[in-house]
Design a protein around this ligand. Sequence first.
Ligand SMILES: NC(=O)c1ccc[n+]([C@@H]2O[C@H](COP(=O)([O-])OP(=O)(O)OC[C@H]3O[C@@H](n4cnc5c(N)ncnc54)[C@H](OP(=O)(O)O)[C@@H]3O)[C@@H](O)[C@H]2O)c1
Length: 241
Amino acid sequence: MTDVSGKTYWLIGASEGLGRALARRLSDEGAHLILSARNAERLHSLSAELADARVVALDVTDTAAVRRAAADIDELHGVIYNVGAYEPMRATEWDSDTALTMADINFTGALRVLGEVVPRFVRQGRGDITLVGSLAGYRGLPAAIGYGASKAALVSLAETMRFDLKDTGVVVRLVNPGFIKTRLTQKNSFRMPMLMTPEDAAQRVLRAMKRRRFRTDFPAPFSWLIRCVDLLPDLLVYRGK
Ligand SMILES: NC(=O)c1ccc[n+]([C@@H]2O[C@H](COP(=O)([O-])OP(=O)(O)OC[C@H]3O[C@@H](n4cnc5c(N)ncnc54)[C@H](OP(=O)(O)O)[C@@H]3O)[C@@H](O)[C@H]2O)c1
């Protein structure tokens, strides 16, 4: 079991939803936090509640801002990339700017952050990386242009890092949640199975962070269903579609 107490985590995507709830849980467990997202006001109101938290507002699409923020952090034990943008979109209603923005925030933003953090962790021979993906990253789903592909890319990135960083002292973990009741899912008009509160989801992420297991998908049995669909032949999945 990894103890988060006394360790410094850079939590990116901390201002709302899952990230905000996770910041509270990590702080309750004695972690020091660096809180990032775009909305500085929301971050400051959160940090005022927490025992030891510093605000570094930034936009992950801004490479210079990410570099500056990373360079300003002295001691760092772990990073949590929880940033996410989602707009439901069908291929028949393609909006290029929206799709590109989702890809930039969900995936390229992670590359920007990891590009600063991973070499540093490898040099220091330790570090803890948590990437928040999505069950939507396992299989192309309807009306998820931009979102699904960017989460699939994040899953692939984590899997590659898991191979490459073995034996470096750097721990990589991938956490793939199902539906959480946040401003992102307010955009969905369909019924969302096993919808979780941000607090429940944050508790599950914290539990995953304390383990060394690479991949955590939740909530079961919804996550099992998604993984099973991934194993089905195309003939069955696309039958009649
Ligand atoms: N909700 C779900 O059902 C669900 C399911 C599976 C996975 N997830 C994943 O869980 C994570 C958290 O999502 P959530 O549901 O909690 O959504 P949320 O409430 O909208 O939170 C997203 C966070 O990302 C930050 N963010 C967005 N764009 C950013 C940018 N360009 N630069 C820096 N920060 C940015 C937001 O802060 P600012 O707006 O202040 O920048 C916010 O703190 C995401 O990775 C999401 O894809 C969510």
